[in-house]
Design a protein around this ligand. Structure first.
Ligand SMILES: [Zn+2]
Ligand SMILES: [Zn+2]
Length: 109
C-alpha cells in the first residue's frame, strides 16, 4: 500500500511489472514506482550469478589456487573464487575447483 506524497490519498496500482509496481494518485495523478518481491527475486538472481561466475572460471583458468583437499580425489590443490551475494542473511560464498579432477564445491565463510 502506498500513500501519495503530496495529498496523502491512498494510491492505486496503475501497472504491475515483474519487479516493479507503478502507483498513481487518484486525486492529483502523481505516479510513483516501487520495487517489489525483493526477497524472492534476490534469491533467484544470486543463483543465476553463481552459474555465470562458475562458467567463466572453467574457461579462463586464470584463478588463484589454494591448498585445500578435494573431497572427491584427495588432491591438495584447487582453484578458488569468492561470490559475494547481495542478500544480508547469506554471507559470501567461496568456491573451489579441483585442479586434478575438476570437482567443484563450495564453502560458506
Ligand atoms: Zn495526490
Ligand atoms: Zn579432485
Amino acid at each position: 500500500m502506498e500513500f501519495c506524497p503530496k495529498c496523502a490519498s491512498l494510491m492505486q496500482i496503475k501497472k504491475r511489472g515483474k519487479d516493479r509496481v507503478v502507483y498513481v494518485c487518484p486525486r492529483c495523478k502523481i505516479e510513483i514506482e516501487r520495487a517489489v518481491g525483493r526477497t524472492v527475486h534476490a534469491v533467484q538472481r544470486t543463483e543465476e550469478r553463481v552459474t555465470v561466475v562458475a562458467g567463466t572460471a572453467s574457461k579462463l583458468r586464470t584463478l588463484p589456487t589454494i591448498d585445500v583437499v578435494c573431497p572427491k580425489c584427495g588432491n591438495t590443490k584447487a582453484y578458488y573464487w569468492v561470490v559475494q551475494t547481495r542478500s544480508i542473511d547469506e554471507p559470501s560464498t567461496q568456491f573451489y575447483e579441483c585442479t586434478k579432477c575438476g570437482h567443484r564445491w563450495r564453502e560458506y565463510s
